[in-house]
Design a protein around this ligand. Structure first.
Ligand code: GLY
Length: 303
């Protein structure tokens, strides 16, 4: 069985943006699924899905990512593949003006020397790989500019906002992978790194168990080790939805808000959020579904 699930970030997605966010997730899930159907790996699928979300200005990742308090886009991303005896991981943090940090994270995973590169060092590695940084002219969406200009309100909302994007997939070979990408939180200090690139916090994948991608208030997700909590629950026998609920409960217990998506090594998916909405979409063995409310809310089966 092959499957993919993606999210567009936990938060207070208002009614005007809901349809566009769900549509963006559906397009990303379809892109990832097409790769799985063509025999691609789970890693290929999650990278492709997250690149689609990074190109979509509705989301806080790649083009459309929030600005830090110096007016700079600094992005974080991580990719993981569940392998034995240990997962393979590539991650980047606080990299300025990068449109597709998920691809730089993948190059780090494939290079294998390091797990996490940040800031100028990550940019130097990107240049070696032929990946070039962009600029405000091509990276700042009108929505991100508006959020920057009304930063006081955004700062007050930060504990509850996300818009981080992510994907989890299982390929026909049974391998699981996860990818997460974000601009972080609005009005963050330069150099701030959130949960997204930290293995076990925002992202985790474990062979024979499953893969998880989290979204929400990064400092709290790090304190909760949220993705690892979800995968530990899966390993202990929880269904993916129950594992997602347990991870969200742990996040709330430490004082944060957010959500998580999961794929189990049996191909089942799960998701949950403590926020009013978290746009998501999935394709499981060809069957599509999507929605934005927590699991008990109004999912929209599409086939
Ligand atoms: N969860 C994204 C961040 O806080 O950086």
């Amino acid at each position: 069985m092959a499957a993919i699930i993606v999210h567009g970030g936990a938060g207070a997605v208002d009614d005007e943006r809901r349809a566009a966010c769900v549509a963006g997730c559906e397009a990303a899930a379809r892109a990832g699924w097409a790769r799985l159907e063509a025999g691609g790996s789970a890693l290929d699928a999650v990278e492709l899905a997250v690149r689609a979300l990074e190109d979509d200005p509705e989301f806080n990742a790649g083009y459309g990512a929030v600005l830090n308090r110096d007016g700079v886009v600094e992005v974080d991303a991580c990719v993981m593949v569940g392998e034995r005896p240990a997962p393979r991981i590539g991650a980047v943090g606080a990299v300025p003006w990068l449109r597709h940090p998920v691809t730089l994270a993948r190059r780090i995973l494939e290079d294998g020397e390091h797990v996490l590169l940040v800031a100028e060092g990550a940019l130097a590695f990107a240049r070696e790989q032929g990946i070039v940084a962009e600029s405000a002219a091509t990276m700042v969406s009108p929505r991100a500019r508006a959020r920057f200009e009304r930063h006081e309100g955004e700062t007050a909302r930060r504990m509850r906002t996300g818009d981080t994007v992510g994907a989890c997939a299982i390929g026909a070979d049974g391998r699981v992978a996860a990818a997460t990408s974000t601009g972080g939180i609005p009005w963050k200090r330069p150099g701030r790194v959130g949960d997204t690139p930290l293995a076990g916090a925002g992202t985790w994948a474990e062979a024979g168990v499953g893969a998880a991608s989290a979204t929400g208030h990064g400092e709290s997700i790090i304190r909760a080790l949220m993705a690892r909590v979800a995968i530990d629950r899966l390993r202990g026998g929880d269904a993916p939805d129950d594992a997602a609920r347990a991870a969200v409960a742990e996040l709330v217990r430490v004082g944060g808000d957010g959500g998580i998506i999961l794929v189990g090594s049996d191909g089942r998916i799960g998701h949950h959020t403590s926020t009013s909405r978290m746009p998501w979409a999935s394709v499981v063995d060809g069957a599509r579904a999507s929605g934005a409310e927590p699991r008990s809310g109004s999912d929209e089966p599409r086939s």
